[in-house]
Design a protein around this ligand. Structure first.
Ligand SMILES: N[C@@H](CCC(=O)N[C@@H](CS)C(=O)NCC(=O)O)C(=O)O
Length: 216
């Protein structure tokens, strides 16, 4: 049995994608918290695992994997059920395009290091930083809403795929930013259906963050 360690931060949406995948595939794992607000991601010990200074990183069988989509691809190859990407070439390309619309073109613009740079080097105040984040997030979600026109219950059809694993954390971020979601009815519907599934619920930030396990 492989020992799997996820270097994680509860509010990291890239890490949230990997937590969902591990739960979906029923793979046991240990979490190590990397507190981003305390800059633990740039400590030498962590940079030795991920020179990019970003979470997640996944240790498995002596390997250290980085980049959430590469980790999802690895997990899909190692633990094929349920699949995260179709084997059909056209469906596969569509799923990757949807996942990358979030992971490559939306999420990175709103990352902590980007908003810190806006604050420290550009002098953007809190309102300007929020406007920046909402702008790029709205643009990315609008594109994904168009790409999702033929979606079934999930972006992946009748079961969630890699694109759904990117969507749910991104909408978590959007709600944190109080971005109105009325313009994305398909995405909101799919997000609700996905979050109703136990593996998605188990991966939610509230289940792993500082308040996890606290009495209501
Ligand atoms: N493309 C990377 C992005 C990883 C990433 O941006 N992680 C964020 C948290 S969601 C992070 O570690 N941020 C730390 C920082 O910006 O300093 C992936 O998908 O793994």
């Amino acid at each position: 049995m492989s020992q799997i360690v996820l270097y994680d931060y509860w509010r990291s949406s890239a890490s949230y994608r990997v937590r969902i995948a591990l739960h979906l595939k029923g793979v046991a794992f240990e979490r190590v918290d990397v507190p981003l607000l305390e800059n633990a991601q740039t400590a030498p010990a962590y940079l030795a695992r991920n020179p990019q200074g970003l979470v997640p990183a996944l240790e498995i069988d002596g390997l250290v994997l980085t980049q959430s989509l590469a980790i999802l691809d690895y997990l899909d190859a190692r633990f094929p059920e349920p699949p995260l990407v179709s084997r059909d070439p056209a469906r596969r390309a569509r799923t990757l395009a949807q996942a990358l619309a979030i992971a490559a073109d939306t999420h990175p613009l709103n990352n902590l290091r980007v908003t810190r740079y806006l604050q420290d080097a550009i002098g953007a105040n809190a309102a300007a930083r929020t406007a920046w984040s909402r702008h790029w997030m709205a643009q990315g979600l609008a594109a994904l809403e168009s790409l999702a026109g033929d979606a079934g219950m999930f972006l992946g059809g009748d079961r969630p795929d890699m694109a759904d694993l990117c969507l749910v954390p991104q909408l978590y971020n959007a709600r944190r930013l109080e971005l109105p979601l009325d313009a994305y009815p398909i995405l909101v519907r799919i997000d609700a259906a996905a979050r109703a599934l136990a593996p998605f619920a188990a991966a939610h930030p509230d289940r792993v963050g500082p308040g996890a396990g606290a009495s209501p």
